[in-house]
Design a protein around this ligand. Structure first.
Ligand code: R5P
Length: 268
């Protein structure tokens, strides 16, 4: 950790990046533009059994306040951008939704904001990132920038993602969340701050998820911010336990998968 870093910033970062340098964030912010996403209709119930396995929960303030026990032990990463929806005109049209006062009041260990580089709203979302970093830096709060692509899934390739991640780092993001892709080391290699892998739609097999997380970490990512591939699985606890083993216990994808199967057979 940077010796010049303010104590508060270092303290918050230590809650979201563990001593092994790795992290496991549970993403449950989807409702901010998708409404009651499948398996996340009751986010409190979905989150509760998973919290013991993760380092941080990524959610909006409204849902946190409504359904999350304030005594929960993982850190809170607040999703603080929005302003769009699945049925709206453009997913990229986001701004900051949450004041610095509320970020502090909720005791967030970090905040997350999406930027849409290459979209019509590139400038707007990047300037939101800049303002958020300015405001949060004053209070020692790390910002996680999310390189969002909206419906343009063809952007999930190394040249675009490397460009987007680097720009987020240049703007002062403490952590950048992006998609796993081929030649992922190009993305992590060009980004001077830690990179976290985002999930994406539920895959056909658990092993596929465990393999791309493993590969991504071998290629420089420090961990994941994963949602649907955990809580849309038949055994959400099995997936959370398997990912925890992969991220923090040096398990191979096969060992993590075996762990998943044993938890699933136990009925969780
Ligand atoms: C983007 O920031 C989304 O809101 C999610 O946090 C992110 O996509 C991770 O969730 P999933 O693994 O379901 O894609």
């Amino acid at each position: 950790m940077n010796a010049q870093m303010d104590w508060g910033m270092a303290n918050r970062l230590s809650k979201t990046i563990k001593p092994d340098g790795h992290c496991f964030y549970l993403a449950m912010d989807h409702g901010y533009f998708q409404g009651p996403t499948h398996s996340l209709e009751q986010p409190g119930k979905a989150a509760e059994p998973l919290l013991p396995y993760v380092d941080a929960l990524f959610m909006t303030r409204g849902v946190v306040r409504a359904v999350i026990n304030p005594a929960m032990s993982p850190a809170l990463i607040l999703r603080v951008s929005g302003g769009n929806s699945m049925v709206g005109k453009d997913l990229a049209n986001e701004e900051v939704t949450t004041s610095i006062e509320d970020i502090l009041r909720m005791n967030a260990a970090a905040v997350g904001i999406s930027v849409y580089i290459g979209s019509e709203y590139e400038h707007q979302t990047l300037m939101s990132l800049a303002r958020l970093v300015n405001e949060c830096s004053a209070y020692g709060i790390p910002v996680m920038a999310v390189t969002a692509v909206g419906r343009e899934v063809e952007k999930m390739e190394p040249r675009y993602l490397a460009l987007a991640c680097r720009i987020c780092a240049e703007f002062g993001a403490a952590v950048v969340k992006t998609y796993y892709c081929q030649n992922f080391e190009k993305v992590t290699g060009g980004c001077p701050v830690p990179v976290v892998i985002a999930g994406g739609p539920k895959t056909d097999s658990e092993l596929e998820v465990l393999q791309f997380v493993y590969n991504g970490m071998q290629e420089g990512a420090i961990g994941v911010n994963l949602g649907r591939n955990i809580w849309q699985n038949e055994s959400p606890v099995g997936m959370a336990r398997a990912l925890q083993a992969l991220i923090h216990e040096k398990a191979t994808p096969q060992q993590a998968y075996d762990l998943f199967l044993s938890v699933k057979q136990g009925g969780k």
